[in-house]
Design a protein around this ligand. Structure first.
Ligand code: FE
Ligand code: FE
Length: 258
């Protein structure tokens, strides 16, 4: 898996345009405003299966490796996990639902506030961020030093990450108390797009003890999320659909506030 053709980002592609807009607009002020707005969960009451089915309509514009709709990506990720972890139903469901925060598209959020790698606002931007140069358009560029508004070892939970589908679904899982998915899986969802941290080893000075476990879990998860995109032969069968419908009924028996 080491030599991969995945995640190659070139200039003047749709990905470049998306990141340019994201890097210009996602500053500390924007992020705190969006977090405040969406943590109210006043958009809709929906069953998680309806949200999954809506993913039929989305192809992730930030992803250079994906031209399937997001529902196929959801089942592929879950199936990769099921092969490796046949007894871990919570992790399988995490694979299935991890991108459902992309429902933000239906609330008229622009692509750059829904998808793409996340980064911390309110401190210096590390140079390993994809398309780093475009961060010069951010009004917080040069405003903060390495720690910025945070303290060393404050924990990931204290950080403001650029807003998108990760944080939104995390808030849905955190605040709806009527489901049975455990917290360690919400954390995987919350940080799965945080590539500067989990893959480029940035920001580790903000981590506390529990974040080390989160990192291990996120890195394990990432291989199923990323490389599932290389299963070009994948067919969504009735067996697969029924298997996950049953699991969703078990873990999410009630509608959720979104
Ligand atoms: Fe994602
Ligand atoms: Fe994904």
């Amino acid at each position: 898996m080491e030599n991969s053709n995945l995640r190659n980002y070139e200039i003047d592609t749709p990905q470049y345009v998306l990141y340019k807009d994201m890097h210009k607009n996602q500053d500390l002020e924007f992020v705190t405003k969006k977090k405040q707005q969406y943590s109210q969960l006043t958009n809709k009451i929906m069953n998680i299966k309806d949200v999954l089915n809506k993913m039929n309509e989305f192809i992730d514009p930030s992803d250079p490796d994906l031209d399937e709709s997001n529902i196929i990506h959801a089942y592929q990720t879950a199936e990769r996990i099921r092969k490796k972890h046949p007894d871990n139903k919570q992790l399988q469901i995490t694979g299935l639902i991890h991108d459902l925060g992309k429902i933000l598209f239906t609330f008229h959020e622009p692509n750059w506030a829904v998808v793409g790698d996340t980064y911390v606002v309110g401190c210096k931007f590390p140079e390993s961020i994809v398309y780093y140069d475009t961060l010069q358009d951010n009004k917080d560029f040069n405003k903060y030093d390495k720690l910025g508004i945070y303290k060393e070892n404050c924990g990931l939970d204290a950080l403001h990450l650029s807003f998108g589908h990760d944080e939104y679904l995390y808030q849905v899982l955190l605040q709806n108390k009527n489901h049975f998915l455990s917290k360690q899986y919400w954390d995987i969802i919350r940080y799965h797009s945080f590539y500067p941290w989990h893959t480029n080893n940035e920001y580790h000075y903000f981590m506390n003890e529990t974040d080390k476990d989160i990192l291990t879990n996120v890195l394990d998860f990432n291989q199923y999320d990323l490389y599932s995109k290389e299963d070009t032969e994948f067919v969504l069968t009735d067996e697969i659909k029924t298997y996950y419908d049953d699991l969703l009924d078990e873990l999410f028996p009630h509608d959720l506030q979104w």
